[in-house]
Design a binder for this molecule. Structure first.
Ligand code: HEC
Length: 125
């Protein structure tokens, strides 16, 4: 299938589809949380801790594969929600979704995200 409508400039359409399928059971994008911390504040933490997307995404992928308390960006989240289960997704999908998570950072958090960018929400199956 050729899903060009959902491919934003960064290609985040794919990441969003992977998120909807594999992550959204536990994670909301914006607060309030479901069974895990929402993605937008997590993305902010990643941007605080890592200066380059490459480093941030590498850490994300490693964490998604094998969550460990001493690697967590937010150890308090583990106290509150329990540790995240390891995800059995192919590396390429983990990387795509990790890049999408990184891109959810919004310096004006609370003011809405990517409005007016025609993200085609919910159009990927
Ligand atoms: C079964 C529920 C569940 C699913 C499914 C799940 N998560 Fe999580 N996730 C959690 C919980 C609980 C935490 C908080 C505790 C922790 O950090 O381990 C968490 C933490 C995280 C963190 C913070 C990691 C860090 O460095 O501390 C990120 C990023 C994340 N999840 C992304 C994802 C993505 C992306 C997916 C899908 C590919 C996903 N999660 C699927 C439950 C889930």
């Amino acid at each position: 299938m050729f899903n060009s409508a959902a491919q934003a400039a960064t290609g985040s359409g794919d990441g969003k589809a992977i998120f909807d399928k594999n992550c959204s059971v536990c994670h909301s994008i914006m607060p309030p949380p479901k069974n895990a911390p929402p993605i937008t504040p997590l993305a902010s933490r990643y941007h605080q801790k890592f200066t380059t997307k490459k480093d941030g995404v590498n850490h994300l992928v490693a964490y998604l594969k094998a969550p460990e308390k001493n690697k967590a960006i937010d150890p308090q989240a583990i106290t509150r929600f329990g540790i995240m289960p390891a995800l059995k997704l192919p590396d390429s999908e983990l990387r795509t979704v990790a890049e999408w998570v990184w891109d959810q950072y919004n310096p004006n958090m609370g003011m809405g995200r990517g409005m007016g960018m025609g993200q085609g929400r919910g159009m990927n199956q």
